[in-house]
Design a protein around this ligand. Structure first.
Ligand code: 4AD
Ligand code: MG
Length: 454
């Protein structure tokens, strides 16, 4: 089939005697002499208007096909006299692939609530908003790969099935082939406990200490029972890891990556972004542009605590040195105080993971979180403890057995090197880019506590 995409047809430079387009009917209006049928094939936000003259074979073939039906249209691409589009198609032949019963097809209205659309996640990509969301998701992925590729990072693939708990938080999905009640772990598939990865970091460190600069970009799983608009049980994380680099290099990397993706989306996704700017989050485009206007802010955790204590705001959770920052604190810092993304660094070691590099003050570690307006934490990372003795001691302090980390410790035993990395939550980045305020709406089939319908 000589089919062309709507995105190309709508950008045609001249009329064409014959084009073939396929798509789903978005609207149909019937007049006495002809029918107007608008179709969309997902390749872009705009629809193509097709005119089907009454009494023709094409009109007969169209039959009663209505909103939601899948069709093929062949005809002449001509300049449109109507407002709002440059081209339209005068249909010559039509084939209906699949009808959609107007009595039961759920996407009849122009606008539906996000909650309703979540309940029909298998169909929601046929709406303007979700089509735009998943096009931006694809484009942002491309921008991420482009960014790392141009800086000499290799894309690596770390395991999804693992035996370790990278974050030490115990929020893991267990994977087992044992029947319920069967307790002998040696009979399980791997002969030991296994789970879905919460982070590819430990393996990324192994590859970075051979390849130099690497990144992962893949699915990550957390069984944390937090029903918030920013947490999903399955999400995609981007985890760069670089050898011969310190915390400042890492903050630079997080900032340039974020800026690169914002810039790429502003340049390549204008029609989709305008939809979000108009209907989801007024002022989105101006805010994204503004983000690029000045460097992001940086403060130590101690300074951040000071700001929060002196700001006079009544937080639900009080802050003092040693407490973990809550979303309300993170959002205040980025949204109201700095009014732009801010990297907070040098956190107390007690609230951070075992692998973070210990600072000379004995209290803090070389960690950094990048906080952004409306979301809070977008990036979490650190310089890694590359000194064998200090790392072993920390593992013991946390009540763990260094033996369990033998290969991770080998990286310190043989040719250890200062290195660092972070994790960026891809869905949170998409929330920032689209103004969508629920993580369930930027991933095609969200997994959250109690939800596994699709
Ligand atoms: O801060 P986190 O837990 O860091 C790590 O896992 C490190 N091992 C990463 C590294 O250094 N390589 O997670 C990193 C980011 C968070 O900043 C957040 O954006 C996102 O992953 N994230 C989630 N996104 C959606 N749903 C969840 N449940 C998330 N948990 C973390
Ligand atoms: Mg974190």
């Amino acid at each position: 089939m000589q089919r062309i995409l709507l995105a190309n047809a709508l950008n045609a430079t001249e009329a064409q005697s014959s084009v073939t387009l396929c798509g789903w009917i978005r609207t149909r209006r019937d007049a006495k002499d002809f029918s107007f049928v608008e179709i969309n094939d997902g390749s872009c936000l705009d629809n193509m208007q097709c005119i089907v003259d009454a009494g023709t074979a094409a009109h007969d073939a169209l039959g009663s096909a209505s909103t939601g039906a899948a069709i093929r249209v062949e005809g002449e691409l001509v300049p449109s006299p109507g407002k709002g589009q440059r081209w339209e198609v005068r249909a010559r032949t039509i084939e209906v692939y699949g009808k959609a019963d107007p009595e039961t097809f759920p996407l009849q209205k122009k606008r539906h609530s996000d909650e309703f659309l979540r309940s029909i996640a298998h169909l929601r990509t046929r709406t303007n908003k979700y089509g735009a969301t998943f096009r931006i998701r694809s484009e942002a992925s491309l921008a991420v790969h482009e960014f790392f590729h141009s800086r000499g990072f290799f894309w690596i693939h770390t395991p999804i099935l693992t035996g370790s708990d990278c974050e030490g938080a115990g929020e893991m999905f267990r994977v087992t082939i044992l029947e319920p009640g069967e307790k002998d772990i040696t009979k399980d598939f791997f002969g030991r406990r296994s789970n879905l990865t919460v982070s590819g970091q430990l393996e990324a460190e192994a590859l970075a200490t051979g390849l130099g600069r690497v990144y992962t970009f893949g699915p990550t799983f957390r069984a944390e029972n937090s029903n918030t608009p920013r947490h999903a049980a399955e999400f995609w994380m981007i985890e760069p890891e670089m050898a011969f680099a310190d915390l400042n290099d890492l903050m630079d990397l997080g900032e340039s990556l974020t800026r690169h993706v914002v810039e790429h989306i502003l340049t390549h996704c204008e029609p989709d972004l305008k939809l979000f700017d108009n209907f989801v989050d007024k002022g989105l485009i101006a805010r994204l542009k503004n983000m690029l206007a000045t460097p992001f802010a940086r403060v130590t955790y101690a300074e951040a605590v000071d700001i929060l204590q002196k700001c006079g705001k009544d937080f639900a959770y009080p802050v003092s040195f040693g407490t973990d920052l809550q979303t309300e604190h993170e959002r205040f810092l980025a949204e109201e105080h700095f009014k732009k993304p801010v990297a907070v660094f040098n956190y107390p070691k007690e609230i951070k993971a075992f692998y973070m590099r210990q600072n000379d003050d004995g209290k803090t570690v070389a960690a950094m979180d990048m906080l952004v307006p409306r979301i809070g934490e977008l990036i979490g990372g650190s310089q890694r403890e590359e000194r064998l003795d200090k790392l072993e001691k920390r593992i013991c302090e946390l009540g763990q057995n260094p033996q369990d980390y033998w290969w991770y410790l080998d990286l310190r035993r043989f040719g250890t090197v200062p290195h660092c990395g972070f994790g960026l939550g891809f869905e949170r980045l998409l929330m920032m880019l689209t103004g969508i305020n629920n993580i369930r709406d930027v991933i095609p089939f969200p997994r959250t506590p109690g939800n596994l319908e699709f």
